[in-house]
Design a protein around this ligand. Sequence first.
Ligand SMILES: NC(=O)c1ccc[n+]([C@@H]2O[C@H](COP(=O)([O-])OP(=O)(O)OC[C@H]3O[C@@H](n4cnc5c(N)ncnc54)[C@H](O)[C@@H]3O)[C@@H](O)[C@H]2O)c1
Length: 264
Amino acid sequence: MERLKDKVAVITGAGSGIGRAAAVLMSREGARVVADRSSDGAEETAGLVEAAGGRALPLTVDVTEEDSVAGMVAAAVTEFGALHVLCNHVGGTDPRKDLDLLRMDMDEFDRAVALNMRSTLLGARHAVPHMIRAGGGSVINTASVAALVGDVLQTSYGAVKAAVVSMTKSIAVQYGPQRVRCNAVAPGAVVTPALENNLPEEVVTSLKKGNALPYLGSPEDIGHTMVFLASDESRYLTGQLLVVDGGMSMQSSAAPGRRAMLPR
Ligand SMILES: NC(=O)c1ccc[n+]([C@@H]2O[C@H](COP(=O)([O-])OP(=O)(O)OC[C@H]3O[C@@H](n4cnc5c(N)ncnc54)[C@H](O)[C@@H]3O)[C@@H](O)[C@H]2O)c1
């Protein structure tokens, strides 16, 4: 399988969770670059990529700092000679501080803007010129189903992920003529360290009930979608949001209760 043959991919947040899964899956298809804030995480992911027969460059980056992002992209191009794919994957908020409107920690709001929006913009801003030089490319932004619905908490998270969806469309429109595609993935509940460390067991159980499918997602479920978006199989797809959520966001809120009433 060489769906990403000869492509160079930078994946931020590849030191754990979904980003790591995407890096390993992409490595089965071509060369890649791994970047992450924690150098241990990046080194570990690079080890997994190489064990799977791929090539990886572990880098330490802070995606909220423009110089750091510029350095990451430059290092990728120096090492592999080009850049075709960028996964702007780092994001999230601290659910203990990202609360409702009245109790919102405003420092956390600013951090959310930097970690999700600013990082997405910076990554694309530095990667797109190399993609144009390479004759085209694919920017893949990580949004969330939180961008699509209102919630009682995590006000910032929903808002910044909705902004990621908006930026995705603008980038797609602006650089489509140069064959640079830009799409976003909206994961639903995915079992990663971020989910396991931040959410109490009862919330995880309620998330499962909210899905049409009887299970939560794995990092690989999202990684496979990213491989598709990185590959030329999706060459006619741009400016879109692919919702990969086990049916969570399309299911009627009445469905779990009605399902419980169905004859077994
Ligand atoms: N896990 C889920 O259920 C879920 C659902 C929807 C969306 N998402 C989104 O997926 C993305 C990652 O989620 P995950 O569950 O894989 O998270 P994760 O915590 O497992 O991984 C995040 C990675 O980002 C790195 N990172 C954090 N801050 C950084 C910075 N400033 N610079 C560079 N690297 C940094 C961390 O070191 C870590 O390796 C986020 O954008 C998140 O909003 C996750």
